[in-house]
Design a protein around this ligand. Sequence first.
Ligand code: FAD
Length: 482
Amino acid sequence: MKKAVIIGGGLGGIAVALRLQCAGWQTTVFEAGPTFGGKMNRWQKDGFTFDTGPSLITMPWVFRETFAAAGARLEDHLEMKPLAPIAEYRFHDGTRFEYTSSLPDWLATMERVAPGDQDGFYRFLELGAKLFAISKATFFDRSPYEAPGPGEWRAMKNMPLRLAWGNYQKTIEKLFKSPHLRQLYGRYPTYVGSSPWLSPATLAVIPYIEFAFGGYAVTGGLYRIVEELLGLARQRGVELAANARVVRIEKSGGVARGVELASGEKVAADVVIMNGDYGATAGLLGVATGGVKATGKSAMQGRSMSGFVQLYGLRKPLTGIHRHTVCFSEDYKKEFSQIFNERRFPDDPTVYVNAPDPFDTLFIMANTPATEEVWDEARIAEARARVFRRLRLAGFPEFEADIAVSDFWTPTRLSERYLMPGGAIYGVDSHGWKNAFLRPPNVNPAVRGLYHVGGSTHPGGGTPTVLMSAAITARLIGQRFA
Ligand SMILES: Cc1cc2nc3c(=O)[nH]c(=O)nc-3n(C[C@H](O)[C@H](O)[C@H](O)COP(=O)(O)OP(=O)(O)OC[C@H]3O[C@@H](n4cnc5c(N)ncnc54)[C@H](O)[C@@H]3O)c2cc1C
């Protein structure tokens, strides 16, 4: 049996291990942290249970395919529930509406809040549909570093050139007159940790996917996905080691030979797969340059956003709220300028609240730059005050007096827990065509036998794309060792 060692037990690491194990490999996953799942994590205290990372998933068929690759049916393990509505949006001027993936309902809402923008919405959908068709035939299934097949050339011929190669925000402004729809659709590049003002219009595929195929929750929380995949992995024979940090990738003659753990133990392997942040690979290879620089302010340029997450368990459930609420800042452009140009937590952050039924646990998130500066108590208190100010302005119900348990995740904590430089949730940002579509490769270009999987690599961050990454990496390894 060929042996594969996976550095990191995030969603991508578990999925690639499961796929390879089912294809006849012996796989071992080494996870630095105490639990598996990486950023798809869970926190439990005093009877409250929280997902600390993802709260909404799209493209459910990708999850189904992952289970199918292990000879299982997702439906036998998990209940995925379409969200209707997907979210309630609250704007600075007091406007509020539900965003839904039902076309008749959304047309009716647009008639009320953005009359005259329906044609723009149809064009936006058309652009997204073309981008989706192309992505499906190319980006989602294959690495851009592979030679294109005939299907890919055919798909590229249909590229909607004019709109797709432009700037994301400019395209939004061309298609929508309503300031509310501009802000709403401007939010989607943040799904990959990026700014609408700096991203290419090709990211219009993200709102298309959510609208066309829906957003989903999982009964019992998204961490159930990790639990079920781990259960399958164990059953199929994947070896899973937690509290096992890899400190070095062993290589000789330009070929990866295995890994060394913090304990000093050395483990030989035919292939090594890095599920940790791509930018941390150079350090494991003992290479001084390349990847993300270890120190200095400029080191964080080009990194995707991090997050400031507050988790609250409440003594009594809130009423009159939706499962997902987005409270927009007054000046969205200024917010992104403060994040990406001034590289600081915005004065007036857009705040996202996830409150699974029965609305007694709150996951509250605001975007913030990836940073190596430590988020100390004072910084947390200041950011928290700005988030609460925005919630109050948006008319979100008061709950501070009812907080029973709380926990905070900052860029510092994210960086330390998941070993990702600056706490950048999605690796490099998606600014400019190259960053968005030529993500770091799944096959390491310098070291034979070293592969990459996960959100910091191709095809990018977000749970379904991470699972696609696992499928691509497992296929490339299978081809290399066929
Ligand atoms: C707050 C937050 C909200 C999010 N919201 C959403 C959402 O709503 N929808 C969505 O789809 N996605 C969302 N995401 C993104 C999603 O969680 C990630 O894209 C995905 O989980 C990343 O999986 P991964 O396999 O790439 O890596 P990770 O989850 O980063 O896992 C990598 C693992 O590797 C381990 N590791 C690293 N280096 C080493 C080493 N040297 N030795 C051993 N182990 C190592 C780390 O400890 C980590 O556990 C969110 C993320 C966060 C943090």
